[in-house]
Design a protein around this ligand. Structure first.
Ligand code: NDP
Length: 473
């Protein structure tokens, strides 16, 4: 409310920067693109092992303790040796972010957006170099690494543009005599960003850019498995002109620096993507508000899933089967939205399952750097062992419909067999527990209502799908 100073009228976003457009995936059917990625892979290999220090207040910091990133396709290969932040480093980064907040929060939305847009442009130019590092550090096949880079570019473009749209002060209608109502958005303060390894560039980049565009300062803690790719992006932001202290980078252990971001009084908000277990722990920890804290800490968490896909009797099996296969086994099933429960109506079940198994038999499991690979390794030894234990359980209890032969790949890399298990009960362990890997369960439903019931019968509610040509469903 203001009686004195006339506020500027709402300004629409600058047309000079253009509309948001999604960054298209690279067309690897073109030789020039294939060669460019091969070159980027060779270049990355020459530079291995990379070094990824902390970045605090614009300065890189080495630590005695190191985190090693091993190539999931060939675990003897050391991709990077990263620093590992202590509690003291975390406190130092929080102090730097707090000090930088004053100027950054008063920098105009246009100036903040301009830095992020410049960085997006640089990322577009170096796209294959980033994707190549992801192939080697995260074990992502070409298309999936490329999609991750494209999504990171999208997040930068989107949040920068959105902030230009939202950043101006708006005069709200209707006017009341003698009273003006203005709407403006204010940043919160220091934001702790805690990222996962499965989209190691796009997710940390998106969560961080949203915070920075809005005028917050940030401390970014990547997952232990993939600090290098996030470090390269942070250095790109530095090169694009992000001021010292505004973006700090803290590779390290979740229970040490992640935990510190959650409990520290000077961190206003925590943004997290990862498992349900850690996400719930963060929500609980952040909610504790001691007298020393002047605010209630905000939390945004994106957690796990147990995606159910219903196939009804009218579904087009020709398109449904390949979609289900890609959803279950693409990204080696390491996606919160991967199809892990296929619920098929009984009148099409036998035909569907027959086609599903035939399609699964043609999947190409292999090294992430081979352009033809469809299913690459999982992220690390711990993940591989956990998924294998589910497969063993499935083999004993459900009798597999399909379990790929790995042909010795698992002796050199973290490979697990893409597998399909039929189950009779919605309460089966494979139907209820999140298996973060290429394991698909199939269950029969007598009609659409029962299928819906089964789809809703887990503790997860993140995503779901229906393949049907019946509009009323
Ligand atoms: P985690 O939850 O184990 O780790 C995620 C991040 O949290 C990592 O950076 C980790 O650090 C950190 N962390 C661990 N412990 C703590 C703690 N006590 N306090 C603060 N931070 C902590 O998940 P994963 O890395 O295993 O990722 C896989 C999971 O993420 C899956 O369950 C999946 O469903 C979910 N996910 C959800 C997505 C979504 O959009 N909903 C997208 C991607 C994944 P460190 O690496 O050091 O352990």
């Amino acid at each position: 409310m203001s009686k004195t100073k006339e506020a500027p009228e709402f300004q629409p976003s600058s047309s000079a920067v253009g509309e948001f457009r999604n960054c298209p995936p690279t067309d690897f059917s073109r030789r020039v693109e294939r060669e460019a990625l091969q070159e980027a892979l060779a270049d990355a290999r020459e530079r291995m092992p990379f070094d990824a220090p902390l970045l605090i207040n614009g300065r890189t910091v080495e630590t005695p303790e190191k985190i090693e990133s091993l190539n999931p396709s060939a675990f003897k290969e050391l991709v990077a040796r990263s620093a590992s932040a202590s509690k003291d480093h975390t406190d130092e980064a929080i102090k730097a972010a707090r000090a930088a907040y004053r100027d950054w929060s008063r920098t105009s939305a246009e100036e903040r957006a301009a830095i992020i847009l410049r960085a997006a442009e640089m990322l577009r130019e170096r796209r294959h170099h980033f994707s190549a590092v992801m192939v080697l550090e995260a074990g992502k096949p070409w298309q999936e690494a490329d999609a991750d880079t494209a999504e990171a570019i999208d997040f930068m473009e989107y949040y920068a543009r959105e902030m230009m749209r939202l950043g101006s002060r708006r005069r709200l209608q209707p006017y009341i005599l003698g009273e003006n109502n203005d709407l403006m958005y204010a940043p919160l303060g220091v934001v702790g960003v805690i990222g996962p390894w499965n989209f190691p560039l796009a997710i940390p980049c998106g969560m961080t850019c949203a915070a920075l565009a809005a005028g917050n300062t940030a401390i970014l803690k990547p997952a232990e498995q993939t600090p290098l790719i996030t470090y390269l992006w942070v250095m790109l932001m530095k090169e694009a002109g992000i001021p010292d202290g505004v973006l700090n980078f803290l590779p390290g252990k979740g229970e040490v620096c992640g935990q510190r971001l959650v409990e520290h009084d000077e961190v206003n908000m925590v943004v997290f993507t990862g498992s349900r277990e850690v996400g719930l722990h963060i929500i609980k920890g952040a909610a504790e508000t001691p007298p020393s804290r002047a605010f209630v800490k905000r939390v945004v968490t994106e957690m796990g899933g147990k995606n159910g896909l219903i196939v009804d009797s009218s579904a087009d099996l020709d398109s449904s089967v390949p979609d289900a296969i890609y959803s279950a086994f693409g990204f080696a099933g390491q996606k919160c939205s991967a199809c892990s429960r296929l619920i098929v109506l009984e009148d099409v079940y036998d035909e569907y399952v027959k086609r599903l198994v035939e399609a699964a038999e043609s999947l190409k499991v292999g090294l992430a750097e081979n352009p033809g690979t469809q299913v690459a390794p999982v992220i690390d030894k711990e993940a591989a062992e956990k998924i294998r234990s589910y497969i063993e359980y499935g083999k004993k209890d459900a009798k597999e419909l399909f379990c790929a032969d790995l042909d010795g790949l698992d002796e050199e890399g973290y490979f697990v067999s893409p597998s399909i298990f039929p189950v009779d009960s919605r309460d089966h362990k494979l139907m209820q527990e999140e298996v973060f890997g290429p394991v698909l369960t199939v269950i029969k439903a007598k009609d659409f209502d029962e299928a819906l019931d089964i789809a809703n019968s887990t503790q997860y509610a993140l995503t779901g799908g229906v393949h049907s040509r019946t509009i009323s469903n």
